[in-house]
Design a protein around this ligand. Structure first.
Ligand code: NAP
Length: 275
């Protein structure tokens, strides 16, 4: 009888998240193949035999995928026409697509705090990537993960504040640590219900005001910009994801932002050379 490990897992777009899924999947004994548009430049962490060249925009690379694999799609599923042409001829066992919480329509009311958003909320189908994701969900029974802001080692929110990419405001942000996201991808591949969408966040929407306050008090990081755009953001409900993770016995590990930021800062700080 076939087992999970009989089928290779192909990661389309082995970037920040995909690389970690590659490492975790391989460590769990799966055969994982990583794909890139330029494998010679971006896949030096993957043995040659496990590298694939794949570019959605280059049809000649589509045939590089093995048949009957599991698939993790880690870049925006657009343009929709090309997504349909590619996926229409694909024989994939279990497809999982990384989407974004930006798929949900902005809340037209100005209620504050903004209402909680679960997977039944209205989508912004004007966005090409949302069209692509929804086509994959409905026609290929893909599991779509609607992912919040990804952070972790190498993507440190304290740097976003220092660089002025964000500043103190009432806007809510939802985050997920890349370590948790990589585990969630593997759980979704093994147990996600086909054709379903799952919100992926750590479950605690925070305002940038609160995060900037934490950054200043605990890490001495001062905001460099004032934000007056009036945006209120979203509060993402991760209840459906938590049920899936509970069934899998794979709880979220990074729900305490302060602790996770401390770990990132410690990992970024060069240790003193021993004499
Ligand atoms: N960053 C966030 O905070 C955030 C939040 C919500 C959702 N997401 C979504 O989550 C997913 C993973 O995010 P990430 O930050 O881990 O992604 P990432 O680091 O950008 O990795 C994705 C990789 O996909 C490859 N790629 C891009 N376009 C492609 C194409 N047309 N055909 C084939 N490969 C292509 C690129 O690698 P090569 O150059 O090697 O081909 C790219 O590095 C993405 O879909 C992203 O939009 C991200």
């Amino acid at each position: 009888m076939a087992t999970e490990t009989d089928h290779p897992l192909v990661i389309l777009g082995a970037g920040y998240t995909g690389r970690l899924v590659y490492e975790k999947g391989t460590a769990r004994g799966r055969i994982v193949l990583a794909a890139s548009r330029t494998p010679q430049h971006h896949l030096d962490f993957v043995p040659l035999a496990r590298r694939l060249r794949f570019d959605l925009e280059d049809r000649t690379t589509w045939r590089n995928l093995p048949s009957s694999c599991d698939l993790l799609w880690c870049f925006p599923a657009e343009p929709p026409e090309l997504v349909q042409e590619f996926a229409g001829n694909l024989t994939v066992r279990r497809p999982v697509v990384l989407g974004s919480t930006s798929a949900y329509q902005e809340n037209p009311s100005r209620d504050y705090p903004p209402p909680w958003i679960d997977e039944t909320a209205s989508l912004d189908l004007k966005k090409p990537r949302v069209q692509g994701e929804e086509w994959l969900r409905m026609n290929c029974q893909a599991v779509v993960l609607r992912v919040a802001g990804i952070y972790g080692l190498g993507r440190n929110p304290l740097n976003w504040i220092k660089q002025g990419r964000v500043g103190p405001s009432r806007k809510y942000v939802n985050l997920i640590h890349v370590e948790d996201l990589a585990n969630i991808c593997l759980v979704a591949l093994e147990r996600g219900v086909r054709g379903e969408a799952y919100n992926v966040s750590d479950g605690t929407p925070r305002t940038w005001q609160d995060i900037c306050h934490l950054a200043k008090e605990r890490f001495g990081v001062q905001p460099t910009v004032e934000v007056r755009d009036g945006l209120i953001g979203k509060r993402i409900d991760n209840g459906k994801l938590l049920s899936l993770l509970t069934q899998a016995g794979a709880p979220l590990r990074h729900t305490d932002l302060l602790q996770s930021l401390e770990q990132i800062v410690a990992a970024e700080t060069p240790s003193e050379a021993t004499p």
